[in-house]
Design a protein around this ligand. Sequence first.
Ligand code: NAI
Ligand code: SOE
Length: 390
Amino acid sequence: MQDINIAMIGGGFMGKAHSLAYAAMPMFFWPAPARPIKKIVVDATDDLARTAAERYSWEGFSSSWRDVVNDPSIDVIDIATPNNLHAEIAIAAAEAGKHIICEKPLAPTAEEAGRMYEAAKKAGIVTAVAFNYRRTPAVALAKKYIEEGAIGEILNFRGTYLQDWSADPNSPLSWRFQKSIAGSGAVGDIGSHVVDLARYLVGEISEVTSVVSTFIPDRPLQSSGFDALGGSVKNDGPRGAVDVDDEAMSLVRFRSGAVGSIEATRNAWGRNNFITFEIHGTEGSIFFNYENRDELQVAFKGDPADRRGFRTVYTGPNTPYGESLWPIPALGIGYGETKIIEAHDFLKAVVEGGTVSPNFGDGYQAALVDDAILESGRTGQWVKVADATG
Ligand code: NAI
Ligand code: SOE
């Protein structure tokens, strides 16, 4: 089995998830496509990097991503930093010939995502963008049903990503509320996941019209660069301006002729990781809710009239990725498993010299949709989405 030496940039929330994925991947997928070696973790300071190395079992640590990107012993660069660093790190890594997995959104703007895509194409490297919800077995099962024609021609896609971690106006002004770091708010942070699911399940989005709102104009300043993801700051200290969107609601048209809607907000009290889609086709319907991620709800036109209605299929050994996960349906998978599957699919492509989806081309196309949603929010017009990658 081949060793693949990995350097991960960013040891926060996603640093933890990716470290877990590399450690666990061969336990689930055996024989594994490669043995992931957790060589070096990079964070903004030596102290942060040392802590990440100890906590997540990396062999070494550094506070200079530039040194690490040019280290000849490294095969893969894993980018798990805030969004504003993705392009600079990825372009340098591509120029150094490293394979890259980058967190979503690929970049704060489509322009930067496009430059990353071009640099990767020129370098001929394997790329992945971490839209991991595609790797939820029930989502992959929905894709299988659609490809098999089980729900016929798709007419309508309704997707949501609703959270409440920032619904409190006193939750801190982390990097996710700063345009210079995040690029956008709910649109890039969580709407992009729904855009990815829509593209994966239905196909390319050709135009959008949106209402984009910011309800909480300022938040308490926080001292560290980490995203606390919520909480409430109980003091009268200084506040900073929120210059990104809180919420976006869009109508979309797909190139296939299907229509749909995409909603994203982090201000929906009571909703936590409420990623849902309902897809109606000429032969049936599919409904998924990530908060019940082992279940796919299906209804088929062909069912006898007195039995027609939604029923639940639990994912397990007989559904996508099942042979590598747990032996009985509904034992339950978690967020970690989606990242383990993602690490597997990416490293398999690296070892085999293949490609994996979603890659930088997908990340770029999704960023074009995000930008179109934001532009429509500003202009109130339908905005066409360019076809960037052919
Ligand atoms: P975080 O704030 O928890 O962690 C970011 C880390 O990057 C911190 O450890 C920070 O110190 C480090 N960092 C900042 N500047 C750095 C530099 N110059 N060099 C090296 N390290 C540096 O953020 P989180 O939540 O881990 O987000 C990281 C990325 O992952 C973002 O792009 C975000 O959108 C994405 N994300 C994706 C998720 C998914 O489900 N696929 C879930 C959460 C985040
Ligand atoms: C915060 O909204 C966040 O961590 C996003 O950044 C992730 O992409 C999402 O999957 C979980 O929530």
